[in-house]
Design a protein around this ligand. Structure first.
Ligand code: MBD
Ligand code: FE
Length: 312
């Protein structure tokens, strides 16, 4: 039986009551957003004849998402993180700001407090037996195009099983394995040794995977390396690079792949290169320069407090 009650005046005034719009107290912005989202939801229920059984299935799923701490995981899966990036890009276009190094989503797996070093860091602790050595390096540039001595490069990635330290379900990794903060040297250069990461997959059987499966989708990401790059008088850049050649480079469940963020991976097996990097055997090399952008009217107009909230 299909009925329509959304357009009734009673429904309209009920939504205003529920959202507190008829009261003086509370937070006006929260009221505005809740009123809009609730109105869209009521209308969808009405238009699609959502049954009570369907509705309570969704509520149970939301409880599972929360209980498993996966709100930050299904969010990129539903493209919301990428959509926010597209909006930041559009705002920058309107302001005339060019992002020579594209931004892309942070994801839910950053951890603050990684060891800090200048110029160079070794990210992995050498215990991943399947690891293929990676050397990655580049120069950080200021908005005026000059090298950014003292810029901060935070980098994090997963191991060859697709697990991140602090979130490793096997408990195998030491804290801050494959997480470092590198201060760019006097020439704006950063360099690190690590291992080539594997792709990531959402936890099997998780509520995130259940929804993706119901959408006929997978929960896999191509191999990638995350970065926060920041420096005085510039906006903080959140980005990632993908490992070129990964079959999922253009099939990421989190939609983070962007032009300009898939640098070449060069296999080096010649003695000179191996020696120059103090290594014992062949390795993969990635060169990736990073360009920061200026503040807008003296402030970082894109900064968000996601990290502070995660730490609280
Ligand atoms: C990741 O490693 C990630 O980067 C994102 C965006 C989502 C899940 C896992
Ligand atoms: Fe990741």
């Amino acid at each position: 039986m299909s009925v329509k009650i959304f357009d009734r005046p009673e429904t309209k005034s009920f939504l205003e009551t529920v959202s507190g719009l008829d009261k003086a107290g509370g937070n006006p912005r929260v009221k505005q957003v809740v009123h809009r989202i609730l109105s869209d939801l009521y209308k969808a229920i009405d238009d699609l004849n959502v049954t009570p059984d369907e509705y309570w299935t969704a509520i149970a799923w939301l409880n599972e998402i929360g209980a498993s701490g996966q709100a930050g995981l299904i969010s990129p899966g539903l493209g919301l993180d990428h959509f926010l990036d597209e909006r930041l890009d559009a705002i920058d276009d309107a302001l005339g700001i060019k992002n020579e190094t594209p931004r892309t989503i942070e994801g839910p797996l950053y951890v603050a407090g990684a060891p800090v070093s200048t110029g160079y860091a070794r990210l992995d602790d050498g215990t991943d037996e399947n690891g293929h050595t990676l050397i990655m390096h580049g120069t950080v540039f200021k908005a005026d195009g000059t090298p950014f001595a003292g810029a901060t490069v935070e980098v994090w990635h997963c191991d060859t099983r697709g697990f991140y330290s602090h979130f490793d379900p096997t408990g195998k990794q030491a804290p801050f394995n494959m997480r470092r903060t590198i201060i760019a040297d006097e020439n704006g250069r950063y360099k690190f040794q690590s291992i080539v990461p594997h792709g990531y997959g959402v936890p099997p059987g998780s509520p995130t995977e259940q929804l993706l499966s119901a959408l006929g989708r997978h929960g896999q990401r191509p191999a990638h390396i995350h970065f926060f790059v920041s420096g005085a008088d510039h906006r903080k850049l959140t980005t990632q690079i993908n490992i070129a050649g990964d079959p999922l480079v253009n099939d990421d469940f989190a939609y983070a792949t962007r032009d300009g963020l898939v640098p070449d991976v060069v296999e080096r097996s010649d003695e000179a290169s191996i020696k120059a990097n103090n290594l014992k055997g062949p390795f993969a090399e990635i060169t990736f320069d990073i360009h920061l952008t200026p503040l807008v009217n003296g402030v970082d107009n894109q900064i968000n407090e996601q990290r502070k909230r995660a730490a609280a």
